[in-house]
Design a protein around this ligand. Structure first.
Ligand code: HEC
Length: 154
């Protein structure tokens, strides 16, 4: 029996990294689902108020629409900007800030347990990056689609 003493620990060492990779924690799911519920209500209000010209919709959030939004390019001060410019086309990968050249941890919650654990941080980053990129805050429809997309990235 003695030789099996380390077996549970050994299994833990092997299994844990395999499971941890590509998994979204319960906390991340809770934060993302809360945000999605808020954005779904806000998106309906946006449609009623007809804000945002074409960037609002009462359709359900989709992975495809979120991915399109993540990759869309805008020309601003004669440079091309996109979310993926800093966060990379594959949000599971490490990014690089286009101005400071500093490395950025992956945006996808499945690749970075630090993402989407605080709704206020998510909102603050959304607002500031949307202002940089689109010169306005993103609509609830755009945010809801983006979170739906990032949640699907495994
Ligand atoms: C100029 C570079 C840059 C661009 C472009 C950019 N981001 Fe970011 N993003 C950052 C940095 C820097 C952070 C915060 C640093 C960190 O936490 O690693 C961040 C963090 C975030 C977070 C925080 C998530 C969390 O919980 O930690 C969200 C959400 C986000 N970005 C969304 C977007 C979206 C949506 C776009 C496109 C509209 C975008 N970003 C474009 C640099 C950028």
């Amino acid at each position: 029996m003695k030789k099996f003493r380390f077996l549970p620990a050994l299994i833990g060492v092997i299994v844990f990294p395999v499971c941890a990779q590509g998994t979204i924690s319960a906390q991340q799911i809770e934060v993302m689902d809360k945000l999605l519920a808020v954005y779904a209500v806000a998106a309906k209000i946006e449609v009623k108020e007809e804000k945002g010209r074409g960037n609002v919709s009462d359709k359900p959030f989709t992975v495809e629409e979120g991915r399109r939004f993540y990759l869309v390019r805008r020309t601003w001060q004669s440079s091309d900007f996109t979310c993926s410019g800093c966060h990379t086309e594959d949000p599971k990968k490490e990014g690089k800030h286009i101005k400071t050249r500093l490395p950025l941890k992956p945006l996808a919650p499945s690749a970075n347990p630090e993402r989407f654990i605080n709704a206020n941080i998510v909102e603050a980053n959304f607002t500031s990056h949307c202002m940089d990129l689109h010169e306005r805050d993103c609509t609830a429809f755009e945010k809801g689609n983006l979170i739906t997309y990032l949640k699907s990235v495994k």
